[in-house]
Design a protein around this ligand. Structure first.
Ligand code: GDP
Ligand code: ZN
Length: 301
């Protein structure tokens, strides 16, 4: 009888991938048409062959999945079973207006915990007065709303310790615009990155294309860090209007008192969100970004 084992998908290509078994060993696996293709981070049952390879027999139920968008704003799954998305922004390049909001909405709609990472805190803001500077001036507000915010520098103090700590025993992925320092953070969080990549190449007998493939790396202190090159650098998939209002988490309790169930919190009478705004219970800048995002969404239909 063939033996079977449970494993974790570290990397997944079209019809094959690499799985880590519970004892830590890694082996190349193939997929079956009837079972389908697992993604990086999926838990799978593998039947083992004598030549130290395997076949994925069952893909275990996913807790969640992580998406990227292509140029047509279509969704593609790139990973599964994440605890956190690290939304990386920087003092340089400054984030564009509404960027953090959009990322937070997207993470919320996927049912994953967001963490805002402000990198390059060693630098001064290069364009005082720019819209992106306003974004940075709102960061403490995010904290007050209940979001986690970590400051890092890959060059000097405060380093990456604060970030490393919250990754322990979790599965996290980095997302953000090009140039904010994602690769630098990965290299610092994974001092043995080259060894891990070399190990993956050894398992398949081929090179590992770290610039195009989503890979699950092991963190020395426990937990996993996923690197998915280019993810969210150029934009997101189109969000529903309902995902926009749901993602403004502080609106929730007030929206329950809106007269209309489908209230857009715009010009409807008896709107609980507008009332809370007037009473200063909702931040004016948050409400304005909500309006802008709804407007932009309406225009792209
Ligand atoms: P990515 O495109 O998000 O992967 O960004 P990179 O990691 O390639 O970093 C872009 C540039 O920013 C590189 O020149 C890095 O050396 C620099 N960089 C990254 N992190 C920091 C930081 O914390 N402080 C400073 N001053 N520069 C940084
Ligand atoms: Zn309303």
């Amino acid at each position: 009888m063939k033996s079977v084992a449970e494993g974790l998908v570290l990397v997944s290509y079209g019809s094959h991938g690499i799985v880590q078994l519970e004892d830590g060993s890694r082996l190349p696996v193939k997929y079956r048409r009837q079972v389908g293709r697992p993604f990086c981070g999926d838990h799978v049952r593998v039947s083992l062959s004598d030549d130290n390879s395997g076949v994925v027999e069952v893909i275990r139920k996913r807790r969640n999945h992580f998406l990227r968008a292509d140029q047509q704003q279509r969704e593609h799954i790139v990973a599964a079973n994440l605890d956190q998305v690290l939304i990386v922004i920087a003092r340089r390049p400054l984030p564009s207006r509404d960027l953090v909001e959009r990322y937070l909405l997207a993470v919320h709609s996927l049912g994953i915990e967001p963490v805002i990472v402000l990198n390059k805190v060693d630098l001064e803001i290069s364009e005082p007065g720019a819209a992106g500077e306003q974004v940075l001036s709102h960061l403490e507000d995010y904290r007050a709303l209940g979001y986690r915010l970590i400051e890092t520098s890959c060059k000097t103090e405060p380093g990456i310790q604060g970030l490393a700590q919250i990754l322990t025993n979790k599965t996290s992925i980095l997302a953000g615009q090009s140039g904010v320092g994602k690769s630098s953070l990965v290299r610092q969080l994974l001092p043995d990155l080259d060894i891990q990549v070399g190990e993956l190449s050894r398992v398949t007998g081929k090179g590992t294309h770290t610039t195009t493939t989503t890979i699950l790396y092991s963190l020395a202190g426990g937990g996993y860090l996923m690197d998915s090159p280019g993810v969210w650098e150029y934009g997101l998939w189109k969000l529903e209007n309902s995902a926009i209002s749901a993602g403004f988490i502080e609106f929730g309790q007030y929206a329950q008192t809106c007269r209309f169930n489908d209230c857009r919190h715009d010009s409807e009478p008896g709107c609980g969100v507008k009332a809370a705004l007037k009473d200063g219970k909702i931040l004016a800048w948050r409400y304005r970004s909500y309006q802008r995002l709804l407007e932009q969404n309406d225009q792209t239909i």
